[in-house]
Design a protein around this ligand. Structure first.
Ligand SMILES: [Zn+2]
Length: 357
């Protein structure tokens, strides 16, 4: 377990897309859930300029972690490259061609943060595709949930624009895939990366089938994610921004989950939960002023696992009671909030007209 803590300190930008399928029976009920993960040495092939915070070494650290880390029911899943059709469900063809044109070129900068080298395009396809592989395994019932340790990251990428280290929006492509291939109607995306996921928000801003909930430092890069940004048209109320001031930590995030994320998510009744799980709100991450610890990330994960499993049936409830009776603490009780109450009051005020809060 200490390795897991150690690795989080090394992470500085979104690389993880964590997913939890709502259980519809199957899988182990009394034992641990089967977790699939994608982690492949080819994710190192996307190079960056010297000193760039989103480095190939992060994958090396995760590969080393996964050599050491063991848990029952952990399944390694081979990533595949995403097809152009799958990418184009979320990105303009012309933009995809622009990224494709960087293949085998020595270096092309999209903005001061976002650089493509000769293998970046191919790696970006493998990044989105790794996420899709995981979704396929979950939907086929081979695993219950999963963790994609992929790069380049995705949540800043817009339909027609690379930015903030991101080329293709992995989580948005995943949500589109769940909509089209599996015909799901309600997908929850929780984005706890310290930066606002402007690309993801834009993709589903008018779409009520995808509920986007972001907790982020504000104001901070990329400048979006105001509390008043709630979606438009059919999507009104299906974008929820929790813009925290710098300095927030476990207590504030726990309060946000208790007051906003959990109640809204439960009323939405998601069929699939996707997480943009950047670890840059960690207190030792230099890219932000947030103070989350390993326990904070664990509490958020526990809360979302509970949301994902929430409405499935009696057998699970009985199993939960049996677990508790056996002293197996799976509780989702979260500690009380600190100085971010005013932000949460504002979020609750804004979203009260959409959700019972
Ligand atoms: Zn970030």
């Amino acid at each position: 377990m200490s390795e897991k803590g150690a690795i989080r300190h090394k992470l500085t930008e979104t690389i993880a897309e964590y997913m939890l399928k709502v259980k519809e029976g199957g899988g182990s009920i009394n034992g641990m859930l089967r977790t699939g993960y994608v982690c492949d040495p080819r994710y190192r092939n996307h190079e960056v300029p010297p000193g760039h915070p989103e480095r190939p070494e992060r994958i090396g650290a995760l590969l080393a972690l996964m050599e050491r880390y063991s848990r029952d029911e952990l399944v390694k899943i081979e990533p595949r490259a995403a097809a152009i059709e799958e990418i184009s469900a979320n990105h303009d063809r012309r933009y995809i061609d622009q990224v494709r044109a960087t293949a085998d070129k020595p270096h092309i900068a999209f903005d001061p943060d976002t650089h493509a080298y000769s293998e970046s395009y191919e790696t970006a396809l493998l990044s989105a595709g790794g996420f899709l592989s995981l979704i396929e395994h979950i939907m086929a019932g081979k695993v219950d949930n999963g963790f994609a340790m992929v790069r380049p990251p995705g949540h800043h990428a817009e339909a027609d624009r690379a930015m903030g280290f991101c080329f293709f929006n992995n989580v948005a492509i995943g949500a589109r895939y769940l909509r089209s291939r599996y015909e799901l109607d309600r997908i929850l995306i929780v984005d706890w990366d310290v930066h606002h996921g402007n690309g993801t928000q834009r993709s589903f801003y008018a779409d009520k089938s995808v509920l986007y909930v972001s907790l982020h430092q504000y104001p901070h890069y990329p400048g979006t994610g105001d509390v008043g940004d709630v979606g438009v048209a059919d999507g009104m109320g299906f974008t929820v921004n929790i813009p925290f001031p710098g300095g927030c930590g476990d207590d504030e995030y726990a309060a946000a989950f208790r007051r906003i994320v959990e109640p809204i998510s439960r009323r939405f009744v998601p069929q699939f939960v996707l997480v943009s799980a950047g670890f840059d709100a960690h207190r030792r991450d230099p890219l932000s002023q947030m103070r989350l610890t390993r326990e904070g990330f664990e509490a958020m994960t526990r809360s979302l696992v509970a949301v994902a499993r929430d409405h499935y049936a009696l057998e699970e409830s009985v199993a939960g009671v049996l677990d508790e009776l056996g002293g197996n603490d799976l509780g989702v009780e979260l500690p009380h909030g600190g100085g971010a109450e005013t932000v949460l009051d504002a979020v609750a005020r804004v979203h009260k007209r959409f959700w019972k809060l």
